[in-house]
Design a protein around this ligand. Structure first.
Ligand SMILES: NC(=O)c1ccc[n+]([C@@H]2O[C@H](COP(=O)([O-])OP(=O)(O)OC[C@H]3O[C@@H](n4cnc5c(N)ncnc54)[C@H](OP(=O)(O)O)[C@@H]3O)[C@@H](O)[C@H]2O)c1
Length: 249
């Protein structure tokens, strides 16, 4: 059963991130503290409604490419946790610029995707690490998403082994970089009892996935939470799909 006490989610204003927030709130034991972050809280109407209706939800401003935002969000979380740890960080925010073939590359768009999909999640993780380490000290919980975990929402498009269709020079390599970051974090943090996973949420009907995608955000988030509920020390450091299967890096 998934029942982390404190959860932090990036890109929570829409798509999969917003649906993660909704589904955490529907758990039998919802988080006591749910930090739902987004770039523009004032215009995050749905998310603010959830904050108004649920005392555990705290909406924070966070552009994951902005170091000042990252530091300020981490300070607010630390103060709000009041010496308790952070159990689960979901690095969900991501960006894609679909039409990128070798003939029409745009350096700014390439860097934007690396900055958002790879560097951002790593810097967010760094800033929240002391709070994750605090949660990992707990002696009475096994390694799991209820204790201390970092979940990086990746994409099968970042798998080098599974790559078949070419192009997407910003999105694919930036998600491959996120996968490498996941593995490195796992190797660095495994002795500290922090679980680290890269998770492909499926092809989902969001702004990134488009209207033709296979799954609704509800179906995807539900499946992802099921996968997260089963994570343990044994399957940390892997690239998993929403159906629980392993994906080759
Ligand atoms: N949908 C799919 O089929 C699919 C498949 C594989 C992986 N994924 C991954 O799933 C994750 C969620 O995407 P989604 O499908 O839910 O798409 P989405 O509806 O477009 O949501 C993307 C989220 O990321 C946020 N974001 C983008 N840049 C950001 C930044 N610099 N700082 C903070 N937040 C930022 C967006 O905020 P704004 O509203 O401010 O732009 C939005 O909340 C992404 O990592 C994506 O790569 C999606």
């Amino acid at each position: 059963m998934i029942c982390p006490r404190a959860v932090f989610i990036t890109g929570a204003n829409k798509g999969l991130g917003l649906e993660f927030v909704r589904q955490f709130l529907r758990l039998d034991n919802p988080p006591q503290q749910l930090f739902a972050t987004c770039r523009d809280p004032e215009n995050a109407v749905e998310l603010r409604k959830l904050e108004d209706q649920n005392a555990c939800v705290q909406v924070l401003k966070l552009d994951i490419t902005c170091e000042a935002d990252i530091k300020s969000a981490a300070r607010e979380v630390e103060s709000s946790l009041n010496n308790k740890g952070l159990n689960l960080l979901i690095n969900n925010a991501g960006v894609t610029r679909k039409r990128q073939y070798v003939g029409n590359l745009n350096k700014e768009h390439l860097l934007e995707q690396f900055s958002t999909n790879a560097v951002g999640p790593l810097l967010v993780t760094q800033s929240l690490l002391p709070m994750l380490l605090k949660a990992a000290e707990s002696r009475d919980t096994l390694v799991s998403c209820n204790k201390a975990a970092i979940v990086n929402i990746s994409s099968i498009l970042g798998s080098i082994t599974e790559s078949r269709s070419g192009g997407m020079y910003g999105y694919r390599p930036s998600k491959a970089a996120l996968n490498m970051i996941t593995k490195s974090l796992h190797e660095e943090l495994k002795e500290k009892d922090i679980l680290v996973t890269a998770l492909h949420p499926g092809w989902v009907r969001t702004d990134i996935g488009g209207p033709e995608a296979d799954m609704s955000p509800e179906e995807s988030a539900k499946a992802c939470l099921m996968v997260l509920s089963k994570l343990s020390k044994e399957n940390s450091g892997r690239f998993l799909s929403y159906d629980g299967k392993m994906i080759d890096w």
